[in-house]
Design a protein around this ligand. Sequence first.
Ligand code: DGT
Ligand code: CA
Ligand code: CA
Ligand code: ZN
Length: 587
Amino acid sequence: MRYRGSVLSNRRIAAYLQELAELVALEEGSAQAFRARAYEKAAGAVRDHPAAVAELPLADLQAIPGLGKATVTKMRQLIDTGSIDQLDRLRSLFPPDFIELTRIPGVGPKTALMLRDRLGVGNVDDLRAAIAAEQVRELPGMGARSEEKMSRGIERLGLHGKARRTPIIQALPVARECAAYLAGLDEVTEVQVCGSLRRFSDTIGDVDIVVSSELPAAVMAAVVAMPGAAEVIASGGTKTSVLTDRGLQVDVRVVAPAQFGAASVYFTGSKQHNIELRQRAMAAGLLLNEYGLEDVESGEVVAAATEEGVYQALGLAYVPPEIREGVGEVALAAEDRLPHLVGVDDIRGDLHVHSAWSGDGRSPLAEMIAAAADRGLEYVGITEHGEDLAINGLSRQQIAAERESLDELRLLHPDLTILHGAELNIAADGGVDYDDEVLSRFEWCVASVHSQFDLTQAQQTMRVIRAIENPWIDAIGHLTGRRIGKRPGIDLDFAAVFAAAADTGTALEINSHLDRLDVPAPALRQAMQVPGLRFTISTDSHHVREFGNIVWGVANARRGWVETDRVVNTLPKKAFLAWLKSRRSRS
Ligand code: DGT
Ligand code: CA
Ligand code: CA
Ligand code: ZN
Protein backbone atom coordinates (compact mmCIF):
# COMPACT_ATOMS: atom_id res chain seq x y z
CA MET A 1 0.00 0.00 0.00
CA ARG A 2 1.21 3.45 -0.76
CA TYR A 3 1.24 6.39 1.58
CA ARG A 4 -1.87 8.49 0.95
CA GLY A 5 -2.11 6.89 -2.43
CA SER A 6 0.46 9.22 -3.94
CA VAL A 7 3.89 8.24 -5.20
CA LEU A 8 6.82 9.82 -3.43
CA SER A 9 9.11 11.56 -5.89
CA ASN A 10 12.80 10.68 -6.00
CA ARG A 11 13.55 14.16 -4.79
CA ARG A 12 11.36 13.71 -1.70
CA ILE A 13 12.86 10.34 -0.88
CA ALA A 14 16.34 11.78 -1.34
CA ALA A 15 15.47 14.62 1.03
CA TYR A 16 14.46 12.07 3.71
CA LEU A 17 17.72 10.17 3.23
CA GLN A 18 19.70 13.39 3.40
CA GLU A 19 18.04 14.34 6.65
CA LEU A 20 18.71 10.85 7.98
CA ALA A 21 22.38 11.27 7.09
CA GLU A 22 22.61 14.56 8.95
CA LEU A 23 20.90 13.27 12.05
CA VAL A 24 22.82 10.00 12.13
CA ALA A 25 26.03 12.01 11.99
CA LEU A 26 24.83 14.02 14.97
CA GLU A 27 23.98 10.95 16.99
CA GLU A 28 26.94 8.81 16.22
CA GLY A 29 29.78 11.30 16.04
CA SER A 30 32.70 10.99 13.72
CA ALA A 31 33.44 7.34 14.64
CA GLN A 32 30.36 6.27 12.67
CA ALA A 33 30.60 8.91 9.97
CA PHE A 34 30.63 6.18 7.34
CA ARG A 35 26.95 5.42 8.06
CA ALA A 36 26.03 9.03 7.50
CA ARG A 37 28.02 8.98 4.28
CA ALA A 38 26.20 5.86 3.14
CA TYR A 39 22.83 7.63 3.50
CA GLU A 40 24.21 10.70 1.81
CA LYS A 41 25.45 8.66 -1.10
CA ALA A 42 22.10 6.88 -1.30
CA ALA A 43 20.34 10.25 -1.38
CA GLY A 44 22.43 11.23 -4.40
CA ALA A 45 21.75 7.93 -6.14
CA VAL A 46 17.99 8.26 -5.63
CA ARG A 47 17.92 11.88 -6.77
CA ASP A 48 19.77 11.02 -9.96
CA HIS A 49 17.91 7.81 -10.74
CA PRO A 50 16.03 8.16 -14.04
CA ALA A 51 12.93 6.19 -12.98
CA ALA A 52 10.65 6.78 -9.96
CA VAL A 53 12.22 4.54 -7.31
CA ALA A 54 9.00 4.41 -5.29
CA GLU A 55 7.52 2.25 -8.02
CA LEU A 56 10.36 -0.22 -8.28
CA PRO A 57 10.16 -3.76 -6.88
CA LEU A 58 12.56 -4.56 -4.08
CA ALA A 59 15.02 -6.43 -6.28
CA ASP A 60 15.37 -3.46 -8.64
CA LEU A 61 15.87 -1.11 -5.71
CA GLN A 62 18.69 -3.23 -4.40
CA ALA A 63 20.30 -3.24 -7.82
CA ILE A 64 20.74 0.55 -7.88
CA PRO A 65 24.41 1.31 -7.25
CA GLY A 66 24.89 3.24 -4.04
CA LEU A 67 21.96 1.68 -2.21
CA GLY A 68 22.94 -0.70 0.58
CA LYS A 69 20.61 -3.24 2.15
CA ALA A 70 19.96 -1.20 5.27
CA THR A 71 19.10 1.86 3.19
CA VAL A 72 16.71 -0.09 0.98
CA THR A 73 14.88 -1.34 4.09
CA LYS A 74 14.45 2.25 5.29
CA MET A 75 13.26 3.36 1.86
CA ARG A 76 10.70 0.56 1.72
CA GLN A 77 9.35 1.65 5.07
CA LEU A 78 9.15 5.23 3.85
CA ILE A 79 7.41 4.29 0.62
CA ASP A 80 4.93 1.96 2.37
CA THR A 81 4.14 3.97 5.50
CA GLY A 82 5.18 7.52 4.78
CA SER A 83 7.78 7.63 7.53
CA ILE A 84 10.96 6.01 8.85
CA ASP A 85 10.98 4.96 12.51
CA GLN A 86 14.63 5.77 12.97
CA LEU A 87 14.17 9.21 11.43
CA ASP A 88 11.19 9.98 13.66
CA ARG A 89 13.21 9.01 16.71
CA LEU A 90 16.15 11.17 15.64
CA ARG A 91 13.90 14.10 14.84
CA SER A 92 12.49 14.16 18.35
CA LEU A 93 15.98 13.78 19.79
CA PHE A 94 17.33 16.65 17.67
CA PRO A 95 14.66 19.27 16.95
CA PRO A 96 15.49 21.95 14.32
CA ASP A 97 16.26 24.61 16.96
CA PHE A 98 18.89 22.34 18.42
CA ILE A 99 20.41 21.54 15.03
CA GLU A 100 20.73 25.22 14.32
CA LEU A 101 23.25 25.37 17.15
CA THR A 102 25.64 23.17 15.20
CA ARG A 103 25.90 25.78 12.44
CA ILE A 104 27.67 28.17 14.77
CA PRO A 105 31.43 28.12 14.24
CA GLY A 106 33.00 26.45 17.26
CA VAL A 107 29.87 24.42 18.05
CA GLY A 108 30.18 20.96 16.57
CA PRO A 109 27.68 18.19 17.33
CA LYS A 110 29.70 17.15 20.40
CA THR A 111 29.71 20.64 21.86
CA ALA A 112 26.01 21.10 21.13
CA LEU A 113 25.22 17.89 23.02
CA MET A 114 27.40 18.98 25.93
CA LEU A 115 25.69 22.38 26.02
CA ARG A 116 22.34 20.65 26.17
CA ASP A 117 23.32 18.06 28.78
CA ARG A 118 25.16 20.41 31.10
CA LEU A 119 23.40 23.75 30.64
CA GLY A 120 20.03 22.85 29.17
CA VAL A 121 20.79 24.86 26.01
CA GLY A 122 18.20 23.89 23.36
CA ASN A 123 18.43 26.77 20.87
CA VAL A 124 20.46 29.79 19.82
CA ASP A 125 18.74 32.15 22.26
CA ASP A 126 19.52 29.78 25.16
CA LEU A 127 23.13 29.78 24.08
CA ARG A 128 23.27 33.56 24.01
CA ALA A 129 21.91 33.65 27.54
CA ALA A 130 24.43 31.04 28.71
CA ILE A 131 27.26 33.02 27.16
CA ALA A 132 26.02 36.23 28.77
CA ALA A 133 26.01 34.43 32.13
CA GLU A 134 29.59 33.23 31.45
CA GLN A 135 28.49 29.61 31.95
CA VAL A 136 29.93 28.21 28.74
CA ARG A 137 33.53 28.98 29.72
CA GLU A 138 33.17 26.68 32.73
CA LEU A 139 32.62 23.59 30.58
CA PRO A 140 35.47 21.18 29.85
CA GLY A 141 37.60 22.34 26.94
CA MET A 142 35.87 25.75 26.83
CA GLY A 143 37.09 29.19 27.83
CA ALA A 144 36.40 32.88 27.50
CA ARG A 145 37.71 32.76 23.96
CA SER A 146 35.25 30.03 22.95
CA GLU A 147 32.41 32.18 24.25
CA GLU A 148 33.68 35.12 22.25
CA LYS A 149 33.97 33.04 19.10
CA MET A 150 30.46 31.64 19.51
CA SER A 151 28.84 35.01 20.03
CA ARG A 152 30.67 36.42 17.02
CA GLY A 153 29.42 33.45 15.00
CA ILE A 154 25.84 34.02 16.16
CA GLU A 155 26.01 37.67 15.13
CA ARG A 156 27.55 36.96 11.76
CA LEU A 157 25.06 34.27 10.90
CA GLY A 158 22.13 36.50 11.83
CA LEU A 159 20.72 33.65 13.92
CA HIS A 160 19.13 35.73 16.59
CA GLY A 161 15.80 37.30 17.42
CA LYS A 162 14.10 39.68 15.02
CA ALA A 163 17.21 40.06 12.89
CA ARG A 164 16.80 36.44 11.76
CA ARG A 165 16.93 36.37 7.98
CA THR A 166 16.27 33.57 5.51
CA PRO A 167 19.04 32.57 3.08
CA ILE A 168 18.04 33.27 -0.51
CA ILE A 169 18.33 29.58 -1.38
CA GLN A 170 15.36 28.92 0.91
CA ALA A 171 13.33 32.04 0.16
CA LEU A 172 13.52 31.83 -3.62
CA PRO A 173 11.64 28.53 -4.09
CA VAL A 174 8.94 29.71 -1.66
CA ALA A 175 8.52 32.94 -3.63
CA ARG A 176 8.41 31.05 -6.92
CA GLU A 177 5.72 28.69 -5.67
CA CYS A 178 3.61 31.55 -4.33
CA ALA A 179 4.08 33.54 -7.53
CA ALA A 180 3.10 30.53 -9.66
CA TYR A 181 0.02 29.93 -7.53
CA LEU A 182 -1.02 33.57 -7.83
CA ALA A 183 -0.35 33.65 -11.56
CA GLY A 184 -2.69 30.68 -11.91
CA LEU A 185 -5.64 32.50 -10.40
CA ASP A 186 -8.28 33.66 -12.88
CA GLU A 187 -8.63 37.03 -11.15
CA VAL A 188 -4.92 37.84 -11.39
CA THR A 189 -3.50 39.75 -14.37
CA GLU A 190 0.19 40.14 -13.46
CA VAL A 191 2.55 38.98 -10.72
CA GLN A 192 5.85 40.48 -9.62
CA VAL A 193 8.10 39.26 -6.82
CA CYS A 194 9.52 42.46 -5.26
CA GLY A 195 11.45 43.45 -2.12
CA SER A 196 14.94 42.32 -1.22
CA LEU A 197 14.49 39.07 -3.13
CA ARG A 198 14.07 40.89 -6.43
CA ARG A 199 17.11 42.98 -5.59
CA PHE A 200 18.86 39.63 -5.15
CA SER A 201 19.90 40.22 -1.58
CA ASP A 202 21.59 37.08 -0.21
CA THR A 203 19.33 36.93 2.83
CA ILE A 204 15.67 37.83 2.94
CA GLY A 205 13.60 39.32 5.78
CA ASP A 206 10.28 38.54 4.14
CA VAL A 207 8.98 37.85 0.63
CA ASP A 208 7.02 40.66 -1.06
CA ILE A 209 4.75 39.95 -3.99
CA VAL A 210 2.68 42.48 -5.94
CA VAL A 211 -0.21 41.27 -8.10
CA SER A 212 -2.60 43.20 -10.26
CA SER A 213 -6.28 42.43 -10.38
CA GLU A 214 -9.68 44.04 -10.79
CA LEU A 215 -11.03 41.82 -8.02
CA PRO A 216 -8.83 42.38 -4.94
CA ALA A 217 -11.17 40.67 -2.44
CA ALA A 218 -11.11 37.40 -4.39
CA VAL A 219 -7.32 37.53 -4.58
CA MET A 220 -6.98 38.14 -0.84
CA ALA A 221 -9.25 35.17 -0.12
CA ALA A 222 -7.12 33.01 -2.38
CA VAL A 223 -3.93 34.11 -0.60
CA VAL A 224 -5.38 33.12 2.78
CA ALA A 225 -6.08 29.67 1.31
CA MET A 226 -2.70 29.40 -0.39
CA PRO A 227 -1.09 25.96 -0.07
CA GLY A 228 1.94 26.25 2.17
CA ALA A 229 0.47 29.13 4.20
CA ALA A 230 0.59 27.71 7.72
CA GLU A 231 -0.67 30.82 9.46
CA VAL A 232 -2.30 34.09 8.42
CA ILE A 233 -0.69 37.07 10.15
CA ALA A 234 -2.99 39.74 8.74
CA SER A 235 -5.44 40.04 5.89
CA GLY A 236 -6.97 43.26 4.67
CA GLY A 237 -8.55 44.60 1.50
CA THR A 238 -5.31 44.92 -0.46
CA LYS A 239 -2.61 43.27 1.66
CA THR A 240 -2.34 39.81 3.18
CA SER A 241 0.60 38.47 5.16
CA VAL A 242 1.05 34.77 5.79
CA LEU A 243 3.70 32.60 7.41
CA THR A 244 4.88 29.46 5.64
CA ASP A 245 5.40 26.29 7.65
CA ARG A 246 9.12 27.09 7.77
CA GLY A 247 8.41 30.45 9.35
CA LEU A 248 9.00 32.70 6.34
CA GLN A 249 6.64 35.67 6.00
CA VAL A 250 5.06 36.37 2.61
CA ASP A 251 3.36 39.74 1.98
CA VAL A 252 1.00 39.86 -0.98
CA ARG A 253 -0.39 43.19 -2.15
CA VAL A 254 -3.06 43.73 -4.80
CA VAL A 255 -3.28 46.78 -7.00
CA ALA A 256 -5.29 47.69 -10.09
CA PRO A 257 -3.59 46.78 -13.39
CA ALA A 258 -3.17 50.49 -14.16
CA GLN A 259 -1.04 50.86 -11.01
CA PHE A 260 1.08 47.74 -11.35
CA GLY A 261 4.30 49.49 -12.38
CA ALA A 262 4.23 52.11 -9.62
CA ALA A 263 3.49 49.43 -7.02
CA SER A 264 6.32 47.24 -8.35
CA VAL A 265 8.77 50.14 -8.06
CA TYR A 266 7.53 51.02 -4.59
CA PHE A 267 7.71 47.52 -3.15
CA THR A 268 10.99 46.61 -4.77
CA GLY A 269 12.71 49.44 -2.94
CA SER A 270 15.13 49.63 -1.31
CA LYS A 271 13.89 52.16 1.14
CA GLN A 272 16.82 54.47 0.33
CA HIS A 273 16.30 54.07 -3.44
CA ASN A 274 12.63 54.97 -2.97
CA ILE A 275 13.52 58.04 -0.91
CA GLU A 276 15.76 59.30 -3.70
CA LEU A 277 13.05 58.67 -6.31
CA ARG A 278 10.49 60.56 -4.24
CA GLN A 279 12.89 63.48 -3.78
CA ARG A 280 13.45 63.62 -7.52
CA ALA A 281 9.71 63.51 -8.10
CA MET A 282 9.09 66.31 -5.63
CA ALA A 283 11.71 68.53 -7.22
CA ALA A 284 9.81 68.16 -10.50
CA GLY A 285 6.44 68.95 -8.93
CA LEU A 286 5.39 65.31 -8.93
CA LEU A 287 4.16 62.94 -6.24
CA LEU A 288 5.34 59.33 -6.25
CA ASN A 289 3.69 56.60 -4.24
CA GLU A 290 2.58 52.98 -4.70
CA TYR A 291 -0.37 54.07 -6.85
CA GLY A 292 1.46 56.15 -9.37
CA LEU A 293 3.37 59.25 -10.27
CA GLU A 294 1.08 62.26 -10.44
CA ASP A 295 1.33 65.96 -11.09
CA VAL A 296 0.87 67.76 -7.75
CA GLU A 297 -1.03 70.69 -9.22
CA SER A 298 -3.27 69.13 -11.80
CA GLY A 299 -3.61 65.75 -10.05
CA GLU A 300 -3.08 64.13 -13.40
CA VAL A 301 -1.42 60.68 -13.35
CA VAL A 302 1.80 60.92 -15.34
CA ALA A 303 2.89 57.26 -15.09
CA ALA A 304 1.76 54.17 -13.17
CA ALA A 305 1.17 51.11 -15.34
CA THR A 306 4.78 50.09 -16.01
CA GLU A 307 8.08 50.47 -14.17
CA GLU A 308 9.77 51.71 -17.35
CA GLY A 309 7.15 54.44 -17.64
CA VAL A 310 7.71 55.57 -14.05
CA TYR A 311 11.50 55.84 -14.43
CA GLN A 312 11.13 57.57 -17.77
CA ALA A 313 8.68 60.14 -16.42
CA LEU A 314 11.17 60.87 -13.63
CA GLY A 315 13.81 61.59 -16.26
CA LEU A 316 15.76 58.47 -15.34
CA ALA A 317 17.20 55.55 -17.26
CA TYR A 318 15.59 52.27 -16.18
CA VAL A 319 17.43 51.06 -13.07
CA PRO A 320 17.88 47.27 -12.95
CA PRO A 321 16.36 45.85 -9.74
CA GLU A 322 19.66 44.34 -8.53
CA ILE A 323 21.20 47.77 -8.04
CA ARG A 324 18.24 49.64 -6.55
CA GLU A 325 19.96 50.25 -3.24
CA GLY A 326 20.22 54.03 -3.08
CA VAL A 327 24.00 54.08 -3.27
CA GLY A 328 24.44 56.43 -6.21
CA GLU A 329 22.50 54.65 -8.95
CA VAL A 330 19.72 57.26 -9.11
CA ALA A 331 22.18 60.08 -9.83
CA LEU A 332 23.84 57.98 -12.52
CA ALA A 333 20.46 57.09 -14.04
CA ALA A 334 19.70 60.81 -14.27
CA GLU A 335 22.83 61.26 -16.40
CA ASP A 336 22.23 58.07 -18.35
CA ARG A 337 25.53 56.77 -17.03
CA LEU A 338 24.42 53.55 -15.35
CA PRO A 339 27.02 50.75 -15.41
CA HIS A 340 26.85 48.28 -18.32
CA LEU A 341 25.97 45.33 -16.11
CA VAL A 342 26.89 41.85 -17.27
CA GLY A 343 23.92 39.79 -18.56
CA VAL A 344 23.26 36.06 -18.81
CA ASP A 345 23.43 36.24 -22.60
CA ASP A 346 26.97 37.61 -22.41
CA ILE A 347 28.33 34.39 -20.86
CA ARG A 348 30.22 32.21 -23.35
CA GLY A 349 32.08 29.74 -21.16
CA ASP A 350 31.94 28.00 -17.80
CA LEU A 351 35.28 27.74 -16.05
CA HIS A 352 34.53 25.73 -12.91
CA VAL A 353 32.96 22.36 -13.68
CA HIS A 354 33.27 19.00 -11.91
CA SER A 355 32.34 15.56 -13.20
CA ALA A 356 31.97 12.18 -11.51
CA TRP A 357 35.77 11.97 -11.54
CA SER A 358 35.55 14.18 -8.44
CA GLY A 359 34.32 12.32 -5.36
CA ASP A 360 31.37 14.69 -5.02
CA GLY A 361 30.68 14.99 -8.77
CA ARG A 362 27.38 13.44 -9.80
CA SER A 363 27.26 13.33 -13.63
CA PRO A 364 29.79 11.47 -15.78
CA LEU A 365 32.33 13.59 -17.66
CA ALA A 366 30.81 12.78 -21.07
CA GLU A 367 27.41 14.02 -19.87
CA MET A 368 28.84 17.19 -18.35
CA ILE A 369 30.58 18.02 -21.60
CA ALA A 370 27.54 17.20 -23.71
CA ALA A 371 25.45 19.44 -21.46
CA ALA A 372 27.97 22.29 -21.83
CA ALA A 373 27.88 21.87 -25.60
CA ASP A 374 24.06 21.73 -25.60
CA ARG A 375 23.96 25.04 -23.79
CA GLY A 376 25.92 26.53 -26.65
CA LEU A 377 28.98 27.31 -24.55
CA GLU A 378 32.13 28.06 -26.57
CA TYR A 379 34.54 26.83 -23.90
CA VAL A 380 34.49 24.92 -20.67
CA GLY A 381 37.08 24.36 -17.93
CA ILE A 382 36.91 20.91 -16.41
CA THR A 383 38.16 21.44 -12.87
CA GLU A 384 38.13 18.32 -10.70
CA HIS A 385 39.20 18.57 -7.08
CA GLY A 386 42.93 18.46 -6.32
CA GLU A 387 44.30 15.51 -4.39
CA ASP A 388 44.56 17.33 -1.07
CA LEU A 389 40.79 17.35 -0.69
CA ALA A 390 39.99 14.20 1.28
CA ILE A 391 37.83 11.64 -0.56
CA ASN A 392 36.89 13.99 -3.41
CA GLY A 393 40.30 14.78 -4.94
CA LEU A 394 42.03 13.13 -7.91
CA SER A 395 45.36 11.30 -7.88
CA ARG A 396 47.92 11.99 -10.61
CA GLN A 397 46.93 8.72 -12.25
CA GLN A 398 43.29 9.77 -12.34
CA ILE A 399 44.24 13.13 -13.82
CA ALA A 400 46.16 11.40 -16.57
CA ALA A 401 43.28 9.02 -17.27
CA GLU A 402 40.79 11.87 -17.43
CA ARG A 403 43.07 13.78 -19.77
CA GLU A 404 43.20 10.83 -22.11
CA SER A 405 39.43 10.42 -22.14
CA LEU A 406 39.09 14.06 -23.19
CA ASP A 407 40.63 13.34 -26.60
CA GLU A 408 37.58 11.36 -27.63
CA LEU A 409 35.14 13.87 -26.19
CA ARG A 410 36.82 16.66 -28.10
CA LEU A 411 36.15 14.77 -31.31
CA LEU A 412 32.49 14.45 -30.37
CA HIS A 413 32.12 18.17 -29.68
CA PRO A 414 34.35 19.98 -32.14
CA ASP A 415 32.80 23.39 -31.47
CA LEU A 416 33.44 23.28 -27.74
CA THR A 417 36.92 24.13 -26.47
CA ILE A 418 37.60 21.89 -23.49
CA LEU A 419 40.30 23.02 -21.09
CA HIS A 420 41.65 20.32 -18.85
CA GLY A 421 42.05 21.99 -15.49
CA ALA A 422 41.73 21.52 -11.78
CA GLU A 423 40.26 23.09 -8.68
CA LEU A 424 43.28 23.21 -6.40
CA ASN A 425 43.08 23.52 -2.62
CA ILE A 426 44.71 26.51 -0.98
CA ALA A 427 46.43 25.20 2.15
CA ALA A 428 46.80 27.27 5.32
CA ASP A 429 50.19 28.51 4.14
CA GLY A 430 48.95 29.35 0.63
CA GLY A 431 50.49 26.32 -1.06
CA VAL A 432 48.46 24.06 -3.37
CA ASP A 433 48.23 20.40 -4.43
CA TYR A 434 50.66 18.50 -6.71
CA ASP A 435 54.08 19.55 -7.94
CA ASP A 436 55.13 21.88 -10.77
CA GLU A 437 55.33 19.00 -13.23
CA VAL A 438 51.66 18.11 -12.74
CA LEU A 439 50.55 21.73 -12.44
CA SER A 440 52.29 22.76 -15.65
CA ARG A 441 50.13 20.35 -17.65
CA PHE A 442 46.81 21.87 -16.62
CA GLU A 443 45.32 24.30 -19.10
CA TRP A 444 43.22 26.16 -16.53
CA CYS A 445 43.54 26.23 -12.75
CA VAL A 446 41.06 27.49 -10.19
CA ALA A 447 42.29 27.48 -6.59
CA SER A 448 39.96 27.65 -3.60
CA VAL A 449 39.92 27.57 0.18
CA HIS A 450 38.24 24.41 1.47
CA SER A 451 39.68 24.19 4.97
CA GLN A 452 40.86 26.23 7.98
CA PHE A 453 38.10 28.84 7.94
CA ASP A 454 39.04 30.24 11.33
CA LEU A 455 42.50 31.71 10.79
CA THR A 456 43.16 35.39 11.49
CA GLN A 457 42.61 38.02 8.82
CA ALA A 458 46.37 38.38 8.35
CA GLN A 459 46.79 34.63 7.86
CA GLN A 460 43.82 34.29 5.48
CA THR A 461 44.93 37.28 3.42
CA MET A 462 48.48 35.95 3.19
CA ARG A 463 47.35 32.49 2.09
CA VAL A 464 45.03 33.80 -0.60
CA ILE A 465 47.56 36.29 -1.93
CA ARG A 466 50.16 33.55 -2.13
CA ALA A 467 47.76 31.57 -4.29
CA ILE A 468 47.03 34.64 -6.41
CA GLU A 469 50.75 35.04 -7.00
CA ASN A 470 51.20 31.37 -7.91
CA PRO A 471 51.93 31.41 -11.66
CA TRP A 472 49.89 28.25 -12.33
CA ILE A 473 46.71 29.64 -10.85
CA ASP A 474 44.34 31.47 -13.22
CA ALA A 475 41.41 32.17 -10.92
CA ILE A 476 40.50 32.05 -7.24
CA GLY A 477 37.29 30.05 -6.64
CA HIS A 478 34.52 31.08 -4.21
CA LEU A 479 36.75 33.69 -2.55
CA THR A 480 35.40 33.76 1.00
CA GLY A 481 34.17 30.16 1.27
CA ARG A 482 30.96 31.30 2.93
CA ARG A 483 27.76 29.23 2.90
CA ILE A 484 25.00 31.80 3.27
CA GLY A 485 23.37 31.50 6.70
CA LYS A 486 25.51 28.49 7.57
CA ARG A 487 29.15 29.43 7.56
CA PRO A 488 30.61 32.92 7.60
CA GLY A 489 33.29 33.60 5.01
CA ILE A 490 36.96 33.72 5.87
CA ASP A 491 38.20 37.03 7.21
CA LEU A 492 40.06 38.78 4.36
CA ASP A 493 41.65 42.16 3.75
CA PHE A 494 39.75 42.63 0.49
CA ALA A 495 41.73 45.70 -0.60
CA ALA A 496 45.00 43.76 -0.40
CA VAL A 497 43.54 40.71 -2.15
CA PHE A 498 42.04 42.79 -4.96
CA ALA A 499 45.27 44.69 -5.51
CA ALA A 500 47.23 41.45 -5.76
CA ALA A 501 44.72 39.94 -8.19
CA ALA A 502 44.82 43.03 -10.42
CA ASP A 503 48.63 43.03 -10.34
CA THR A 504 49.03 39.41 -11.36
CA GLY A 505 46.07 39.23 -13.75
CA THR A 506 44.53 36.45 -11.66
CA ALA A 507 40.76 36.43 -12.07
CA LEU A 508 38.34 36.24 -9.16
CA GLU A 509 35.53 33.73 -9.62
CA ILE A 510 31.96 34.71 -8.89
CA ASN A 511 30.51 31.37 -7.81
CA SER A 512 26.92 30.92 -8.94
CA HIS A 513 25.65 28.49 -6.35
CA LEU A 514 22.75 30.08 -4.45
CA ASP A 515 24.22 28.80 -1.24
CA ARG A 516 27.49 30.67 -1.93
CA LEU A 517 27.10 33.73 -4.22
CA ASP A 518 30.77 34.25 -3.58
CA VAL A 519 32.43 36.89 -4.08
CA PRO A 520 29.60 38.59 -2.11
CA ALA A 521 28.05 41.60 -3.85
CA PRO A 522 29.31 44.33 -1.46
CA ALA A 523 32.88 43.09 -1.96
CA LEU A 524 32.33 43.06 -5.72
CA ARG A 525 31.38 46.73 -5.61
CA GLN A 526 34.68 47.40 -3.86
CA ALA A 527 36.54 45.22 -6.38
CA MET A 528 35.06 47.19 -9.28
CA GLN A 529 36.97 50.23 -8.00
CA VAL A 530 40.25 48.43 -8.73
CA PRO A 531 41.28 49.01 -12.36
CA GLY A 532 42.33 45.92 -14.28
CA LEU A 533 40.73 43.41 -11.91
CA ARG A 534 39.02 40.59 -13.85
CA PHE A 535 36.29 38.11 -12.92
CA THR A 536 34.94 34.80 -14.07
CA ILE A 537 31.30 33.84 -13.46
CA SER A 538 31.09 30.07 -13.14
CA THR A 539 28.63 27.48 -11.91
CA ASP A 540 30.90 25.04 -10.04
CA SER A 541 28.51 22.41 -11.44
CA HIS A 542 28.63 18.91 -10.01
CA HIS A 543 25.62 17.69 -12.03
CA VAL A 544 24.33 18.45 -15.53
CA ARG A 545 21.34 20.21 -13.97
CA GLU A 546 23.55 22.83 -12.34
CA PHE A 547 24.75 24.63 -15.48
CA GLY A 548 21.53 26.65 -15.30
CA ASN A 549 22.70 28.16 -12.00
CA ILE A 550 24.68 30.64 -14.08
CA VAL A 551 21.69 33.01 -13.81
CA TRP A 552 22.31 33.32 -10.05
CA GLY A 553 26.00 34.08 -10.49
CA VAL A 554 25.15 36.74 -13.05
CA ALA A 555 22.47 38.26 -10.80
CA ASN A 556 24.97 38.44 -7.94
CA ALA A 557 27.55 40.03 -10.24
CA ARG A 558 24.98 42.60 -11.34
CA ARG A 559 24.21 43.39 -7.73
CA GLY A 560 27.94 44.00 -7.33
CA TRP A 561 27.91 46.46 -10.30
CA VAL A 562 30.10 44.13 -12.37
CA GLU A 563 30.32 45.21 -16.01
CA THR A 564 30.56 42.88 -18.99
CA ASP A 565 34.06 43.90 -20.02
CA ARG A 566 35.44 42.82 -16.62
CA VAL A 567 34.25 39.24 -16.98
CA VAL A 568 36.68 37.10 -18.94
CA ASN A 569 34.18 34.37 -19.79
CA THR A 570 32.12 36.87 -21.76
CA LEU A 571 34.99 37.00 -24.28
CA PRO A 572 34.57 35.15 -27.57
CA LYS A 573 36.63 31.96 -27.64
CA LYS A 574 39.58 33.43 -29.52
CA ALA A 575 39.87 36.48 -27.31
CA PHE A 576 39.47 34.38 -24.19
CA LEU A 577 42.25 32.02 -25.24
CA ALA A 578 44.45 34.99 -26.07
CA TRP A 579 43.82 36.43 -22.59
CA LEU A 580 44.66 33.09 -21.03
CA LYS A 581 47.84 32.77 -23.03
CA SER A 582 48.99 36.28 -22.17
CA ARG A 583 48.41 35.80 -18.47
CA ARG A 584 50.14 32.42 -18.51
CA SER A 585 53.21 33.72 -20.35
CA ARG A 586 53.47 36.61 -17.93
CA SER A 587 54.65 34.19 -15.27
P1 DGT B 1 13.79 42.55 3.81
O1 DGT B 1 12.39 42.10 3.74
O2 DGT B 1 14.20 42.98 5.18
O3 DGT B 1 14.75 41.56 3.25
O4 DGT B 1 13.97 43.86 2.91
P2 DGT B 1 12.94 44.56 1.91
O5 DGT B 1 13.70 45.59 1.18
O6 DGT B 1 12.20 43.55 1.14
O7 DGT B 1 11.99 45.39 2.89
P3 DGT B 1 10.44 45.23 3.28
O8 DGT B 1 9.93 43.87 3.10
O9 DGT B 1 10.30 45.84 4.64
O10 DGT B 1 9.70 46.22 2.28
C1 DGT B 1 9.49 45.87 0.96
C2 DGT B 1 9.70 47.07 0.09
O11 DGT B 1 8.68 48.04 0.33
C3 DGT B 1 10.99 47.76 0.40
O12 DGT B 1 11.95 47.34 -0.53
C4 DGT B 1 10.71 49.19 0.25
C5 DGT B 1 9.20 49.33 0.18
N1 DGT B 1 8.70 50.33 1.13
C6 DGT B 1 8.88 51.62 0.96
N2 DGT B 1 8.31 52.32 1.92
C7 DGT B 1 7.75 51.47 2.73
C8 DGT B 1 6.98 51.61 3.94
O13 DGT B 1 6.71 52.69 4.45
N3 DGT B 1 6.54 50.48 4.51
C9 DGT B 1 6.82 49.27 3.97
N4 DGT B 1 6.39 48.17 4.60
N5 DGT B 1 7.51 49.12 2.85
C10 DGT B 1 7.98 50.21 2.23
CA1 CA C 1 10.88 41.96 2.08
CA1 CA D 1 7.63 43.00 3.50
ZN1 ZN E 1 35.18 24.47 -4.32
